[in-house]
Design a protein around this ligand. Structure first.
Ligand SMILES: Cc1cc2nc3c(=O)[nH]c(=O)nc-3n(C[C@H](O)[C@H](O)[C@H](O)COP(=O)(O)O)c2cc1C
Ligand code: SF4
Length: 433
């Protein structure tokens, strides 16, 4: 049985868990006081040593990203907090924002002090009405209690926090799309470089971090680097490129399981243990056919790959795009992978912003080919055609501006490589009818 005492979700379920009173009664804002007693560079060093990697999907080392800001910049420097949370299957940010917003706000203030930002914008998924109300109430409490605004806690540190409702599109979560949207424009991702740390919001140095990443920052300042590094999967000392997978992680479990939900576990739990021990197994006593390891853009694990550790390395080793948002979607053996893939393609085709031809056209054509297959007019050669289109789109083949396209291609590549006989059988049997 998995026994892990939750830290990030510790206050979830307490009466009035979102209030400042509950948070402070539980030791809240002690980590901020500690951080404000340190030099910004010391806080960055601490976060670097913790090994914290971004929880928004890419797993980029958080402390290292903070060091990319230009040295001695006179300002302004901005902090953009990514609460767009649009990856299908992902709802961990929502739980933090609705149940424990002060843990997130404390992380924002600590990060702001570390990177010398005086303004933070929280970019919130438009559909999250409850998160909007809860966060705004918590921000108001901060202003009323000298935890935001001028001279925070008498330290001389000033920071304003603004809550901004998103524009209702998946692409608004891509960091430069988010920045464009915050500036009041269409969320069209920017060509990088320059990266936001050098030229971001209003063309000023900007750090974009995910909600869960910032909640982890609070815990690192509160409990220490050694505590954080004692959880998860350590880096392979023989591999200098392995950055390890440290700390707790919020896994979102959904799909055909008995107990869907958001579970906090050490990074590296296997998909099998998550499904069996947290999720109570597959619904109606069925078997797993496939598992999405971290949001649909990461691709699929097959039943034979259920012992894959869900850390930053495991899904990659199994041919997926990565851990992504750690949103695990279970697909049972009664479900058609053709239907699953069609839904994925339809989503990405709808959400492509249209700037890059391989993404705009590729996502649309993959959807059309799958429509044809589902209508009984597919050819066996359509599978290679799908692979050809998928192989030509994305940052990895170097044809697009942002990673949406890689995320659109990956489910196609994985589904056909791992479930090809099912696709072939589907095409044959549909054509006969
Ligand atoms: C198409 C696309 C959508 C994304 N959506 C989100 C999102 O909803 N939330 C998020 O935190 N990161 C999202 N990201 C990743 C962000 O670009 C960025 O890497 C992240 O917010 C950085 O925060 P972190 O380093 O704390 O993880 C998305 C990336 C892409 C390519
Ligand atoms: S890859 Fe797709 S979503 Fe990203 S900028 Fe290009 S067209 Fe837009």
């Amino acid at each position: 049985m998995i026994t892990f005492e939750p830290v990030l979700l510790r206050r979830v379920g307490l009466p009035d868990s979102a209030s400042l009173a509950t948070y402070q009664a539980d030791g809240g804002y002690a980590a901020l006081r500690r951080a404000l007693g340190m030099e910004p560079a010391q806080v960055i060093e601490l976060v670097k040593r913790s090994g914290l990697r971004g929880r928004g999907g890419a797993g980029f080392p958080c402390g290292m990203k903070w060091t990319f800001l230009p040295k001695g910049h006179p300002g302004p420097i901005y902090l953009c907090v990514n609460g767009d949370e649009s990856e299908p299957g992902t709802f961990n940010n929502r739980i933090l924002m609705e149940e424990d917003p002060h843990q997130v706000l404390e992380g924002i203030l600590i990060a702001g002090h570390a990177i010398r930002a005086r303004t933070a914008y929280i970019y919130l998924r438009y559909e999250y009405g409850r998160s909007y109300r809860t966060l705004q109430r918590a921000i108001d409490e901060c202003y009323a209690n000298n935890l935001a605004g001028k001279n925070i806690l008498g330290s001389g540190f000033d920071m304003d926090i603004f809550l901004h409702r998103g524009a209702g599109a998946y692409i608004c979560g891509e960091e430069t799309g988010l920045i464009e949207s915050l500036e009041g424009k269409r969320a069209w991702p920017r060509i990088k470089p320059p990266f936001p740390a050098v030229e971001g919001l209003f063309r000023k140095p900007t750090i974009v971090n995910n909600i869960e990443t910032l909640a982890c920052v609070t815990q690192i300042l509160d409990r220490g680097v050694d505590w954080f590094r004692s959880i998860g999967v350590a880096a392979d000392v023989n591999n200098p490129r392995d950055l390890g997978s440290y700390g707790p992680k919020l896994y979102c479990l959904s799909g055909h399981v008995n107990r869907p939900g958001c579970y906090e576990l050490p990074l590296g739990v296997t998909a099998r243990r998550l499904i069996d021990q947290c999720g109570g197994g597959v619904r109606n006593g069925r078997r797993v056919k496939a598992v999405v390891p971290g949001g649909i853009s990461m691709g699929f694990l097959s039943e034979a790959e259920l012992d894959t550790p869900l850390d930053f390395n495991g899904p990659l080793q199994a041919g997926c795009l990565g851990l992504g948002t750690a949103a695990v979607i279970v697909i049972d053996d009664q479900t058609s992978m053709v239907d699953v893939l069609y839904n994925c393609c339809r989503f990405f085709s709808h959400e492509s912003c249209g700037q890059c031809t391989p993404c705009r056209e590729g996502t649309a054509w993959m959807t059309k080919i799958l429509e044809r297959i589902r209508a009984g007019r597919g050819e066996p050669s359509d599978l290679d055609l799908l692979l050809e289109v998928a192989g030509s789109m994305g940052i990895l083949p170097g044809t697009t501006i942002c990673g949406l396209s890689d995320g659109a291609a990956w489910p196609v590549k994985n589904a056909i490589h791992k479930f090809r006989p099912e696709f072939e059988q589907y095409i044959r049997s549909k054509r006969k009818k």
